[in-house]
Ligand binder design. Sequence first.
Ligand code: KDG
Ligand code: MG
Length: 410
Amino acid sequence: MSTIERVEVLVTSPGRNFVTLRITTSDGVTGLGDATLNGRELAVVAYLKEHIGPLLIGRDPQAIEDTWQYLYRGAYWRRGPVTMAAISAVDVALWDILGKVTGQPVYQLLGGASRTGALAYGHASGSDLPALFTSIQNHLDLGFRAIRVQSAIPGLDQVYGVGTDQQPGAKYDYEPAKRSAAPIEEGWDGRAYLRHVPTVFAAVREEFGPDLPLLHDAHHRLSPNEAAILGRSLEPYDLFWLEDCTPGENQEGLRRVRSQTTTPLAIGEVFNSVYDYQTLITEQLIDYVRSSVTHTGGITALRKIMDFAAIYQIKSGFHGPTDISPVGQAAALHLDLALHNFGIQEYMKHSDATLEVFQTSYTFANGLLHPGNNPGLGVGYDDDLADTFAYTPAYLPVNRLQLDGSLHDW
Ligand code: KDG
Ligand code: MG
């Protein structure tokens, strides 16, 4: 029987930091898993190196479910982003190995394709309406058929989720984690935001018409009541979804939002377990599951969350910004293709340097992503090139300084 012979934790920084797990079997087959936890990367590195790697040696690489349960239950300390990012990386690497051993792309092992491609949404943003329109038009020109819209807020210097203004034809490039020794503290004003956002969507609908699916991310900054106000005020603009309108760890808070608005709700990019969704799914308080394969326990666990969600007609909308590495993105795409209750997939193209380190087989055409048909995940890793990009700490900012000088408590 083939066994797990080698476990390596690879850190690289081609424009941003990534942590990758590589598992090699006694037959010389390798599998990759994404272990990147934005801003807390080295905690997962230590967890994998010190606590998981040694446990994997000698195990059956095809016993994916059993290994998942062994690592989850065996830790005693269940859940949490560091533990679950580490388990996710192992799980995805083992699916990659299984695909290579059987000569199948992972989506075939998950039951085969339910669609020809995964509808993707891109990120558009602007410091004012003309800049936002340029960014939206650039995405349409690239073939996107659904677009997330974020805008600067008058009176606030910097707003999380809003990139530098794009020139016509230029790539959208936004990285919220800043290279620094500590997180930057940014300003926030809920009332200014609630006043401004509906005017932005009114203008975008006026310019681009009623058909284009539009999304918006509130980035967990509102109280349940503020979120209810926003959901209602956006109803005339027919959003595809409103994301992270309020911090999802207060699952009961979503009852207030849901009872007040019909705007579809998406939540879960910071979740790491099915238990984070228990109330949200059983009470049908959301429409889309936003988790990533990378942070929720891998393909094995996210598949189960989606089967649970399917009972309640809740669909997927997996997290896919650039801090999900090409390995994590490929894993999501295999699941997207196979899931019946797929909704949409976030897609922000990685930098050229990242795509030279990670060679991918996935494609984007006519607004749809496809994982490709290579055995396994279809992602390679160039060690020599990766080693030329040294890790530098980078942190996500914290939105907590209010315009009136007090601290935002959300
Ligand atoms: O690491 C944090 C980012 O992934 C997150 O801020 C991006 O909100 C985000 C999104 O929806 O992609
Ligand atoms: Mg988000």
